[in-house]
Design a protein around this ligand. Structure first.
Ligand SMILES: [Zn+2]
Ligand SMILES: [Zn+2]
Length: 280
């Protein structure tokens, strides 16, 4: 969790950024290929008054910007600020028109629709079964054609999930832990999900256990043997996910997920912490 001194440091850092000239300095240093001298930087930012410019630059010094022998350049924190601005993290997005998605709901087989409302993207059926749902910064979608948005979103959420499974929180980069269990979802009490929780910020990511195993090397290889590219195919078109079957046993807890393709099958068994303990 965030301690008081970290909060103080963050408040101070954010307050330093609350100024157009300072953001322009960061953006200019980002765009520059090499470090810039004081004069070059001031000219590119477009501030005539050198005293005023120096005042703003000093505010960024040490935390966001560093002065080297070659001139001024961005520190890591400065690059992260520009990355978040470009990604649109602090923008408010326009809600998009719903777009039909070419695949059935895993739960009920109904048609799926992509939506983006209040910076939350989702792929759901009309019965309210969310196949995919998460917050997405608007910059992810900027400049993309409408018909590609569901696929862009799907790739985004899969990368976020891979990052989480590798042990990093996509929100704060803190360490994540996994817990597999049966959960109440969509009027069912026997849904087997894996919940990843960030130990630092508490953000959680829930996934169907079969979907969470999609990028496991043994499953990727099994699908490849049958001509299916798991990573390249949108999740709603992966029939092996639709046909997957999960069986849970206790003492010790094990969830066995069987995937089927062309009459052939592969079973991956995970323990409570989502470690694969057996493949058959
Ligand atoms: Zn449904
Ligand atoms: Zn976190």
């Amino acid at each position: 969790m965030v301690d008081a001194s970290a909060t103080d440091r963050a408040v101070e850092a954010f307050s330093l950024l609350g100024d157009d000239t300072r953001l322009a300095i960061l953006r200019t240093l980002w765009d520059a290929e090499d470090p810039l001298s004081f004069g070059d930087l001031r000219e590119r930012v477009g501030v005539r008054d050198s005293g005023r410019f120096n005042y703003h630059l000093k505010k960024l010094d040490e935390r966001f910007v560093r002065k080297t022998d070659e001139g001024y350049e961005l520190r890591f924190a400065g690059r992260r600020v520009i990355g978040a601005l470009l990604e649109g993290t602090y923008d408010q997005a326009d809600d998009a028109e719903p777009i039909p998605v070419d695949g059935p709901c895993l739960e009920c087989g109904a048609a799926l629709t992509y939506r983006y409302e209040d910076e939350i993207a989702s792929v759901s059926c009309d019965e309210g079964h969310d196949m995919l749902k998460t917050g997405v910064p608007p910059g992810i979608f900027a400049g993309r054609d409408d018909e590609t948005l569901p696929r862009v979103f799907e790739r985004y959420i899969r990368r976020q999930s891979e990052w989480t499974k590798s042990g990093f929180c996509p929100n704060c980069s803190g360490p994540t832990s996994a817990q597999v269990g049966e959960s109440e979802l969509w009027d069912r009490t026997d849904y087997t999900v894996v919940t990843f929780t960030c130990e630092r910020c508490g953000q959680t990511l829930h996934s169907d256990v079969a979907a969470a195993l999609l990028d496991h090397p043994d499953l990727v290889a099994f699908a490849r043997e049958h001509g299916v590219g798991v990573r390249e195919t949108p999740i709603w078109e992966l029939t092996l996910l639709h046909d997957a079957e999960t069986t849970v046993t206790t003492d010790p807890f094990r969830a066995a997920v069987t995937f089927r393709l062309d009459g052939d099958e592969r079973t991956l068994v995970v323990d409570e912490a989502f470690s694969v303990v057996d493949v058959t």
